[in-house]
Design a protein around this ligand. Structure first.
Ligand code: C5P
Length: 221
């Protein structure tokens, strides 16, 4: 049993993938299963933290002793994360948040018409929740962690993203069609704003979760 090094801390974890509705039955989504975020929540609870898990469309059992807040869209996820983050010591954004959402929502199911070409889908930008939280200096003292799924130039893109988002730690992993999303395992490098680089060997998502909390606990002092 590990020492409860997060006792007395409140941590917020986002997990899963947002769904951006087009109409009552259709959405734009992604392949995130939520497994990494749930592993982070379980691990933080085991280390003594009070945990708020903001869960976007994950079909996974609620971890014991964790406050689960279900959300659907990026806008809902933002509201839930900002509310929970108000008194948090750390925020870990493991959710795959859609960068864009359909500009309009059709209240009735969109119908196909035999004699017409399909209408294009116009997208608008979603708020960048991680950048917003990391950029809010009123929260100094909080440790903010982002995730980045990259398909190429993993480290260079990760460093640039860490800077752009302004977070303290960025977990960078390489993704492809059959890598990471939905799988039980992960392999990553955790980049620190202080220049640190912590590789996490291929292994269960629980192992990556423990490394993330080690680095967070270190920074909380
Ligand atoms: O920019 P990109 O989507 O690659 O960044 C990934 C990180 O940013 C993740 O931690 C994700 O949760 C967060 N993110 C966010 N809001 C968005 C898009 C991504 O908080 N709109």
């Amino acid at each position: 049993v590990r020492e409860p090094d997060l006792a007395g801390r409140h941590v917020v974890v986002s997990a899963g993938g947002t769904r951006e509705p087009l109409d009552p039955v259709r959405f734009l989504g992604n392949r995130s299963s939520g497994k990494q975020g749930y592993a982070l929540a379980r691990s933080a609870a085991a280390r003594g933290a009070r945990v708020t898990l903001v869960s976007a469309n994950a079909s996974l059992p609620d971890p014991a002793g964790v406050d689960v807040v279900p959300v659907g869209t990026a806008v809902e996820l933002r509201e839930a994360v900002l509310r929970a983050a108000a008194d948090a010591d750390a925020v870990v954004m493991a959710a795959a948040v859609a960068d864009f959402r359909p500009a309009t929502y059709a209240v009735g199911k969109i119908k196909k018409k035999d004699d017409q070409e399909p209408a294009p889908i116009t997208l608008v930008r979603n708020p960048d929740i991680l950048a917003e939280i990391a950029g809010d200096r009123a929260r100094s003292g909080q440790v903010i962690v982002g995730f980045a799924a990259e398909t190429d130039d993993v480290l260079a893109n990760g460093r640039a993203k860490l800077k752009r988002k302004g977070c303290d730690l960025l977990v960078v992993n390489e993704v492809g069609e059959h890598k990471t999303f939905g799988s039980e395992e992960n392999e990553a490098v955790v980049l620190g704003a202080d220049g640190s680089e912590t590789p996490v060997a291929h292994g269960p998502k629980e192992a990556l979760a423990e490394t993330v909390w080690d680095l967070v606990a270190e920074r909380l002092g």
